[in-house]
Write a protein that binds this ligand. Structure first.
Ligand SMILES: Cc1cc2nc3c(=O)[nH]c(=O)nc-3n(C[C@H](O)[C@H](O)[C@H](O)COP(=O)(O)O)c2cc1C
Length: 387
C-alpha cells in the first residue's frame, strides 16, 4: 500500500489505473479550461491566520447540512459515470460516505441505479437531477428516489446545454467505452480495471437505460444531453420541479448574486455556489471568488453550500470561513475511487478531514461551527472589481 498523504497522491495512482477516456473526462474543464484552473489557483490567494496559545483539545468538525448530522461539512458531489472510474463506483463511494458520516449524492448520469445504491446502503443519500424535457420521466425518477428513501433532491441548474470539453469529443467518450483501436490499446494497459469491469453487469447509465424512451444512443453523454435536457428551463419550471418533489431541495450551480436571491425566494433548503467544476461556462469567475458576495446577499435566508476547486481540507476551511455551511467535492473523491475503489474514497475523506481538523486548530478554533471570516486573510482585490 503506497503512502498517501495528500489528494495529489491519489490522483497519480488514479491516472495509472483508469483508462485515459475516463481520466480525461474527470480531469478537464470546458473550452480553454480557464475557469477550471482558476477554481483551484484562486484558493491559493486566500491565506489562513495563524493563532497560538489557544486550547486545542477536544476538537470537532461535526456540524449539520440541511439539518442532517455530518462528520464534517463535506458531501460527495454528484459525478456522472462514476461506475466507469471503478466497477460499481457509485456503490463504493456511497458506502465510504456512509461509513465516514458524510452525504453521498447520486447523479442522474450514474452507472449504478438509484435502486442499486439504496440496496447497498443503509442511510438516505441525496439524488441529483438534471432538468429533462420529459415530465413523465422526471416524475418516475422522483418516485424512484422517494421509494429509495433519498433525503434531498439536488437540482442542477447550470447545465441546460453541455459545455464543450475537447478531450471528451476527441476520445469519443461513452459508457461503456466504444471499442476502437486507440481505446483497446489503452485499456490493455489497465488490466485490473478491466477485470473488475467484466465482473459487474453495471456498465450502462443505470437510471436511464430501460427507463427513458426515445433516446437514440444512451451510451453517449453528448447525444443524450442534446436530446433529453430541457434548454427552456426557467425559474417557473424550477419551482414546478420543487413542488413535484415536495421534500428538501438543494439548487446546485449558482454563481451570481441575483440568481442566489431568486433561489432563496423560491424557498430552496440550500444552494450550492458552483460553476460545475469549471465544466460549463469557461470564462466565468472561480466559484470561491463568488462565495463571499453570495453569502453576504442571501446567507441569512438560505443555507449556502460551495463546490468547485476543493482539493484539501484547507480549502474546505477557507470556504467555511467565507460563510459556506457545507461543501461538495467532485474530483477529489473521483481520484480516490479510481485509485483504490471504496478504500480510496475513504482515504480522500480521511486526508481532507485531517487537513481540515489540524488547520482549524492552527487557526485557533476547536469547532467547525465557530469558524468565521476572522481566520481568513483575503487580499483587497480578491473578489475583483468587474464592470
Ligand atoms: C467527472 C465529473 C462528472 C460530473 N457529473 C456531474 C453530474 O452528473 N451532475 C452534476 O450536477 N454535477 C456533475 N459534476 C459537477 C460536480 O457535481 C461538482 O460540481 C464539481 O465536480 C465540483 O468541482 P471539483 O471537481 O473541483 O470538486 C461533475 C463533475 C465531474 C468532475
Amino acid at each position: 500500500m503506497p503512502v498517501i498523504t495528500e489528494i495529489e497522491d491519489l490522483k497519480r495512482i488514479y491516472r495509472r489505473r483508469v483508462p485515459k477516456m475516463f481520466y480525461d473526462y474527470a480531469e478537464t474543464g470546458s473550452w480553454t479550461e480557464q475557469t477550471f484552473q482558476e477554481n483551484t489557483s484562486d484558493f491559493k490567494k486566500l491565506r489562513l491566520r495563524q493563532r497560538i496559545a489557544v486550547d486545542m483539545d477536544n476538537r470537532s468538525t461535526a456540524t449539520q447540512m440541511i439539518g442532517e448530522d455530518v462528520a464534517m461539512p463535506v458531501a460527495l458531489a454528484p459525478v456522472g459515470l462514476t461506475g466507469m472510474q471503478s466497477a460499481d463506483g457509485e456503490i463504493k463511494a456511497a458506502r465510504a460516505a456512509e461509513k465516514f458520516g458524510v452525504p453521498f449524492t447520486l447523479s442522474t448520469m450514474s452507472i449504478c441505479s438509484i435502486e442499486d445504491v439504496a440496496a447497498a446502503t443503509t442511510k438516505p443519500f441525496w439524488f441529483q437531477v438534471y432538468t429533462l424535457k420529459d415530465d413523465d420521466f422526471m416524475r418516475r425518477l422522483f418516485d424512484r428516489a422517494r421509494d429509495a428513501g433519498c433525503s434531498a433532491l439536488v437540482i442542477t441548474v447550470d447545465l441546460q446545454v453541455l459545455g464543450q470539453r475537447h478531450k471528451d469529443l476527441k476520445n469519443g467518450l461513452s459508457a461503456p467505452p466504444k471499442l476502437t483501436v486507440a481505446s483497446i490499446a489503452n485499456m490493455m494497459t489497465k488490466i485490473p480495471w478491466g477485470l473488475e469491469m467484466l465482473r459487474t453487469k453495471r456498465r450502462f447509465f443505470g437510471n436511464i437505460v430501460g427507463h427513458a424512451k426515445g433516446v437514440s444512443d444512451p451510451s453517449s453523454l453528448a447525444s443524450w444531453t442534446a436530446e433529453a435536457f430541457d434548454p427552456s428551463l426557467d425559474w417557473a419550471r424550477i419551482a414546478k420541479l420543487m413542488e413535484m418533489w415536495g421534500g428538501k431541495v438543494i439548487l446546485k450551480g449558482i454563481l451570481d448574486v441575483e440568481d442566489a436571491k431568486k433561489a432563496a425566494e423560491l424557498g430552496a433548503d440550500a444552494i450550492v455556489v458552483s460553476n460545475h467544476g469549471g465544466r460549463q461556462l469557461d470564462g466565468a469567475l472561480s466559484s470561491i471568488r463568488m462565495l463571499g458576495p453570495i453569502v453576504d446577499a442571501v446567507g441569512d435566508k438560505v443555507e449556502v453550500h460551495f463546490d468547485s476547486g476543493i482539493r484539501s481540507g484547507q480549502d474546505v476551511l477557507k470556504a467555511v470561513a467565507l460563510g459556506a455551511k457545507g461543501t461538495m467535492i467532485g474530483r477529489a473523491y473521483t481520484y480516490g475511487l479510481g485509485a483504490m475503489g471504496e478504500r480510496g474514497v475513504t482515504k480522500t475523506l480521511e486526508v481532507i478531514h485531517k487537513e481540515l481538523d489540524m488547520s482549524m486548530a492552527l487557526c485557533g478554533r476547536r469547532n467547525i461551527t465557530d469558524v468565521d471570516r476572522d481566520i481568513l486573510l483575503v487580499p483587497d482585490d480578491f473578489e475583483g472589481r468587474w464592470a
